[in-house]
Design a protein around this ligand. Structure first.
Ligand code: GDP
Length: 460
């Protein structure tokens, strides 16, 4: 995400490196470059203007920092402005004082609402909530089934009008009893909230119908649902790839139903990112979540400051750590920490556990993309073959438990056997063992205060 914008901005900053002080013409040239980069990334013109005005004022103003050189100062100013444009502070969900908290989703068809309902359901469930997904999208033939599938993947329950009964009478799939719901999405939404209250769910996520383009009937339906269920949050889901249309669409939804927060979906794609940079700014509503893939785990809480530093290729180590915390269980982490402190060597058994946890964290490339400076290594990153990890894993799996905890004892004949068992060459096994011993050594050095990046053994 934001690849080309990020490249352009970092290239601009490179020109400033090493300058003792910035002349007005340096500042002007830089601002011109930033302006072009933003426009090419599909950021809306008014936002670009406001953005560059802010930068010019501050860059030419009396801001002198002892700690930063002029180039770094500009990066800092751009970073601050980006954070501001992206909405400033991270905004958390508002929970109802009296549960259930009702969250309604609105947006165009195909924007990713249904998928997002599942992602949010899973995220909240992982935080200890009991969400119920409600299928109030009765427009699209498959939407109800799709929500059920998504809920299933997320491990949460869904509430929907019974199929075949959509026009009709008593219909509840989740409980099979009692509540009357109709082909009328307003009634389904209301019944969904009723069910949640009755059964003690503390969160209701209502998926509503979208159309391919903004239309008045759609807005009216969304308003009716909103008025019927009085949601605590209305989240507007927008496809980050729709480019310049983002601003008009956002305005239409703001006028039509209004919303309390924005979800940017498909940020994993080649989106130029303009939508992200425009929507929060023109609507004054914060971006709350980013949807970054088709799986239920592909969701991130949106932090303007972290996103800014990702765009400026300063890395997003905090998000990385949070993803890790979600994937590793506490016990495992405590055990790793204990081993580390007790100066026990990291073994291949630990390695396998870590591999499994990393896989749970998600797509490896997107994880690596969050590391600082990775923007410059994008070609290598793209060339990275995730199969390589499978080969490594196959080799480790071909080791006996003894070998996994005593890598040094893996002699020639053991190496040959491992190679054969995992379908690789002996020299690949040799390389793995060498790299592994290198990583062990590095961990030992770190433990003795030899410096390096904690927790990232083996990072080249
Ligand atoms: P809805 O019509 O708003 O409910 O949209 P859907 O949830 O059905 O999503 C439309 C399409 O976009 C589906 O094919 C989804 O798999 C896909 N999709 C949704 N969110 C994402 C995302 O964050 N990344 C990617 N790559 N695809 C997504």
């Amino acid at each position: 995400m934001f690849t080309s914008l990020s490249d352009r901005l970092t290239a601009t900053f490179k020109n400033l490196r090493g300058k003792g002080r910035l002349s007005e013409s340096d500042v002007n040239a830089t601002i011109r470059d930033i302006r072009m980069a933003l426009l090419d990334a599909d950021v809306a013109l008014p936002v670009v203007k406001e953005f560059t005005r802010g930068i010019r004022e501050r860059a030419l103003g009396a801001e002198v920092s002892q700690a930063l050189n002029p180039g770094q100062q500009v990066v800092k100013i751009v970073n601050d402005e980006l954070i501001r444009v992206l909405g400033g502070e991270t905004r958390q969900l508002t929970f109802a004082k009296k549960p259930p908290t009702v969250i309604m989703l609105a947006g165009l068809q195909g924007s990713g609402k249904t998928t997002f309902a599942g992602k949010l359901g899973k995220l909240l469930k992982d935080q200890g909530h009991y969400p119920l997904l409600v299928a109030a999208d009765l427009q699209r033939p498959n939407a109800v089934t799709q929500l059920e599938v998504v809920a299933d993947r997320a491990g949460v329950l869904s509430f929907a009008p019974e199929r075949g009964n959509v026009g009709g009478h008593d219909a509840v799939t989740e409980s099979g009893e009692g509540t009357r719901s109709f082909g009328d999405p307003v009634a389904v939404a209301r019944a969904g909230v009723g069910q949640a209250t009755l059964r003690g769910y503390d969160i209701v996520i209502i998926d509503t119908a979208g159309r391919l383009a903004v239309d008045e009937n759609l807005m009216e339906q969304a308003r009716d649902i909103r008025d019927a269920v009085q949601p605590d949050e209305v989240l507007f889901v927008i496809d980050a790839m729709i480019g310049q249309a983002a601003v008009d669409t956002a305005h239409a939804f703001q006028d039509g139903v209004d919303f309390t927060g924005v979800v940017l979906s498909k940020l994993d794609g080649d989106a130029r990112g303009g939508a992200a940079l425009s929507v929060a700014s023109v609507t004054g509503r914060p971006i709350m979540y980013a949807s970054v893939g088709e799986q239920v785990k592909d969701i991130e809480v949106f932090h303007p400051d972290r996103m800014a530093s990702r765009i400026l290729d300063m890395g997003d180590v905090l998000t990385l750590i949070e993803q890790a915390e979600r994937a590793f269980d506490r016990q495992q982490a405590a055990e790793m920490h204990r081993k580390f402190m007790a100066e026990e060597d990291f073994t291949f058994t630990d390695f396998l556990e870590q591999m499994a946890a990393i896989k749970k964290m998600g797509n490896l490339k997107s994880l690596l993309g969050m590391m600082p400076g990775m923007g410059q290594m994008r070609d290598q990153l793209n060339a990275l073959d995730e199969k390589e990890f499978d080969r490594v894993e196959a080799m480790v799996r071909s080791m006996t438990p003894f070998e996994r905890s005593h890598p040094k004892q893996i002699n020639g004949s053991r190496r040959a056997r491992i190679a054969k068992g995992s379908g690789v060459t002996v020299s690949e096994v040799n390389q793995l063992l060498e790299r592994f011993q290198g990583a062990q050594k590095m961990m030992r050095q770190m433990r003795r205060g030899g410096g390096g990046m904690p927790g990232m053994p083996g990072m080249p």
